[in-house]
Structure formats: C-alpha cells, structure tokens
Design a protein. Sequence first.
Lengths: 80, 251
Amino acid sequence: MLQALNIILLASLIVTALAACLLRNLLAAVVMLGAFSLLMGIMWVMLRAPDLALAEVAAIGVVSTIFFVVTIFKTERKEE
Amino acid sequence: MKRVLALLFTGALAVVLLYVVALLPTMGDADNPTNRHVVPRYLEHGEQEAGTSNIVAAVVFNYRGYDTMGEVAIFSAALAGVFAVLGMSRKKIAEAFVDRSGVKFSFISSTAVILVLPLIILFSIYIILYGIDLPGGGFQGGAIIGAAVIILTVTFGFYKAQNRIPHHVRTILEGTAISAFFLVGTAGVIGGANFLTYILPQLSTQTQPAVRDLMLLVLLFGVGIKGGMIFTSILFALMREEETNDVEHAR
C-alpha cells in the first residue's frame, strides 16, 4: 500500500516537471510548478522532515509562484 | 578555434572534477567520518548541549550557526540583485503598478481576507516563537508573513498594501537578522567564549538555559522578520512600474 503511494507520488512528480518544461502557455507552466511544489511538500512529510515541508510550501508554493505570475504579467504570455 | 579551446578546457575540467568526486567516500556508508563521529555526537549530546529536543533547530542555530549567518547574507544579496535588475524608485510611494485584470475583488472575498489575515500573521508568529521545540523556525515563519502580505496586496491593491508597509519601515526591518546575529555573537565574545556562544557577559561562564533560550528567540525573530520583509520588498519591486507618459499601457 505504501509502495503504491510512493510510486504514484514519484510518477506525478515526473509528469508535472516535464509538463512545466514543455508547456507553451507560460501561465499553465507556472501552475505546474506550484503543483510540483505541493507534491514535494507531501514527499517531505513522508520522509519525516516537517521543517522542509513548511518552508517548501510557504516559500516556493506560494511566494515564488506569485513572483512568476507578476513577471508573466509584465512580459508575454506565450512562449515563442 | 576558440570553440575548440573552450571545449578542451571544459572537458579537462570535467575529467578532473569527476575524478575527485569518485575519490570521495560513498554516501550513506556506515564507515564515513560523518556517520561515525559527527552524527552520533549530534544525536546523543544534542539535547543536553543545545537544551532542546528538536535536533534540527539545534543543528541550524547552535552547531552550525555560521551557516545560518551566511544564509541571511544570501537573502540580502538576493534583494540587492533584484534591485540591480529592476531599479530602485526615487519616490517613496510608487505611482504606477501592474494591473492587467481590471476586476475588483468582491465584497465577500474582501471581508474574508480581513477576517483571516490577522490569524495568518498570528500563526506565523507562533511558528517563529516555537521554532526551538516544534518544527518550523525562523525562515518558515518569514515565508508565511510573505504569503500574508501577498494576500493583502492581491486583494486590496498595491497602494493600500504599500501604505501599510511603507518604505522606511521595510528598510529598517530588513537589517534585523544580521544585526541580531552580530549582537548575539558579540555578546558571546564579550562574555569570554567564542563567537555565537549563547552566554551573557558577567552573568556566568556557563550557558544558562533561560539566557540561551532568550538569545535563540532573538535570532529566530530576526531571521523570520527579515525573510518576510525581503519577500515583501521583492514583491513591491516587481509590481512597481515606471512612470511613463502612456500609463494606459500598464492597464
């Protein structure tokens, strides 16, 4: 049971990371980065590191995503 | 010709680095010096020497306090880099900002944010204060403060958020962490021990638990407030736009 959860989580990590690299719509790529950060937060809790989970979800899942969104507002929204 | 030279140089550097990495002991081996001397020392004597059962906080603030000081310096360097790219504004309050949506937030979400925001800030102070015993600590609380400021800015607009946290307040608060480290470290030196030993001068030559907890609290608060203020400053620097003649282009 735990093995299945681990495998699903790791596969989702790979899928979101690849999607964040290959998407053309930049806003969707930023949302994929936020999803990656959330899945990493779950992995940190499963690896018994709550400090890292808090820092990851708060600093990267929230703040870094907003920084990227504001930057996209200032530039183009579709990648060439 | 230049390309061939660059390729040769990079190849030679890569070979040297790979050779050095191959000489290192394997990770996780039980015979490593780290696993044999360092880790058992931290795990066995950590609670007695640092006064807390949270070994992570003991390692970050007590055993490896210098590294945390370096991390705080990296925060300031990141802020300097952002200002170098985006430019500081001459005026104290920005005149134009990024706003592409043109849709104001409804009454329901404004009221919800007003009710929830003090609780978020209280939670961040709780995470900072209990960083010694519970998971969390300085940087995590600072990130939550940054998230609270982001919610405030997104809901109420840039002008109101900037009036709440004006420029002179942010400039003073951004220096808290490195000042806290300097004060606490120098107090240790004046007391007769090394830098960043948590004792108070002329109180005793050994670390007392209350004094050590107080100094750790000062450090935690410094790191937390600094992290939050740096996130805020970077957000305001990103959202601020230049005063151009066609401000309509920003809308």
